[in-house]
Ligand binder design. Structure first.
Ligand SMILES: NC(=O)c1ccc[n+]([C@@H]2O[C@H](COP(=O)([O-])OP(=O)(O)OC[C@H]3O[C@@H](n4cnc5c(N)ncnc54)[C@H](OP(=O)(O)O)[C@@H]3O)[C@@H](O)[C@H]2O)c1
Length: 267
């Protein structure tokens, strides 16, 4: 039996993540790229795709011209994600999205979309970070009295701190301890801070050079310490993770899926 490749569209195809996806797709026969979408008015609109192996496609902006497809991978922005979501809902296609900065109204629409189509979103498409999150959840619950500190390091051009991934790790640990990030997080320590508050989660931030992204979750007990560390050395990990998610999601039942669903269940 021949299994046909997954028919894929990329939304945000000319961006940093779009280019990373296109350059991986040339050598990945699990997929057939059928549409590559950019912003309306983009300088790339109508131009041939020249990233990676030659792909017989041009960038486009008009979803009404899209051929039949199985999955859309979106790394565009909230406006782009909105149109991609409309297309997926109208044509029963699955949606993988890494777009961040989504407002409450769009969050609500995406949550409702899970009733009709398969949707998988992640703020970080690294499979290593997905496993780190699972391990941290388990460790935080198993060692409820140990102090938890999260340290993250990124390149100097990063605009926000702590990183979205560090916050998501804190959130996962807090809920594993039946707490919330809002009540547990400590972001600043300077001057006379007083003693550490039991149950708090401290965040420390390092910025410099070309660090792609590092996250350490430190669980500190009396006389011993457990450290869970993830180091990203190449941005293509996010594109690889998104492609793995798209392959897993194609043909799946409607729902709001997460990266944790596609890594093997714990034994
Ligand atoms: N979850 C993760 O692992 C992860 C990793 C990296 C980035 N991200 C997120 O992914 C998003 C994109 O990141 P990036 O670094 O690739 O951004 P980028 O380099 O600025 O690229 C954005 C892309 O989206 C396109 N675009 C903008 N508006 C659009 C619209 N209305 N419809 C269709 N396409 C549209 C742009 O087209 P033109 O420029 O050609 O006009 C461009 O191709 C951001 O939200 C970022 O935070 C997530």
């Amino acid at each position: 039996m021949t299994i046909r490749p997954v028919r894929l569209a990329i939304n945000g195809a000319s961006g940093r993540m779009g280019c990373a996806l296109l350059s991986l797709l040339g050598e990945d026969n699990r997929f057939e790229l059928v549409y590559a979408v950019v912003a309306p008015g983009s300088v790339h609109d109508g131009q041939p795709i020249v990233v990676g192996d030659a792909l017989p496609l041009r960038y486009a902006h008009d979803w009404t011209q899209a051929p039949a497809l199985d999955v859309v991978i979106d790394f565009s922005g909230p406006a782009g994600l909105t149109t991609a979501l409309d297309h997926c809902l109208a044509h029963d296609a699955a949606l993988v999205s890494g777009t961040t900065g989504v407002d409450a109204a769009l969050e609500e629409r995406l949550a409702a979309a899970g009733k009709n189509i398969a949707v998988l979103r992640a703020a970080n498409f690294s499979l290593g970070v997905a496993v780190l999150t699972r391990l941290l959840r388990e460790a935080a619950a198993a060692l409820p009295d140990w102090d938890l500190e999260i340290v993250e390091a990124h390149h100097g051009r990063k605009q926000d701190a702590p990183s979205g991934t560090a916050l998501a790790l804190g959130q996962a640990a807090a809920s594993a301890r039946h707490s919330t990030l809002e009540s547990a997080a400590v972001y600043n320590r300077q001057g006379r801070t007083g003693e550490r508050v039991d149950g708090s989660i401290g965040f420390s931030v390092i910025r410099g050079g070309d660090i792609v992204g590092e996250h350490t979750a430190m669980l500190v007990g009396q006389g011993e310490r457990l450290e869970l560390v993830h180091r990203a050395t190449d941005r293509s990990i996010f594109a690889r993770g998104a492609l793995q998610a798209a392959h897993w999601l194609a043909g799946r039942t409607p729902g709001q899926w997460q990266l944790d669903d596609l890594i093997a269940p714990p034994r």
